[in-house]
Design a protein around this ligand. Sequence first.
Ligand code: PCA
Length: 219
Amino acid sequence: MVVKRTRTVLVTGFTPFGGEATNPSWEIVKALPDTISGWQVEKLKVPTEFGKAIDVTTRAIDKLAPDIVLCFGQAGGRSRMSVERVAINIDDARIADNAGKQILDQPIRSGAPAAYFCTVPIKAMVAAMAKAEIPAEVSNSAGTFVCNHLIYGVLHHIALKEMTARAGFIHVPFLESQIVDRPNTPAMSLPTMIEGAKAAIMAAIKYRADLKLVGGSLH
Ligand code: PCA
């Protein structure tokens, strides 16, 4: 007998940081439905802290064995939903994290690869959001703060443990409430970003469900 297990996508969002009252990434994740395209959607709130962010997320990966891990983070100043292509092995923080730690020019994992490519279908995810009339783009840098740190740690963990999970990261703009006192700064509404997240997740699920072989082409 073939037992078909429910497939799972783990989605994460961050706690507010840098003096903000909210973090759109967690607001988006919190509002997602519990199933998308028949897959289970597991939601995790991640602290904006070096080290701890990776620990909390990799523990959830080990527990849930998700087929897809999609992390969200705020990128204030960006005007579009940005699907990240790559994570680099460096911490170099402009501000302190939520534990008061400001790491400068340190590798995340010494001796580990300089970078990992995200393993979700980034172009298909951008196209799915564009089709839903939501501004989206591919981004070639997730920065060098806790967001890049987290996705690097997740991709490294999956590689070391030889898991089949695919992982990616989406940076999102500020919410309107965050730019009230910031003229000329882009923002996006929460409902729009939730729709964008759903479209991106559906595209990642479709790709993962169609994938016959581990390690197939990404586009
Ligand atoms: N954005 C930060 C960390 C947490 C978040 O939401 C970043 O871009 O690194």
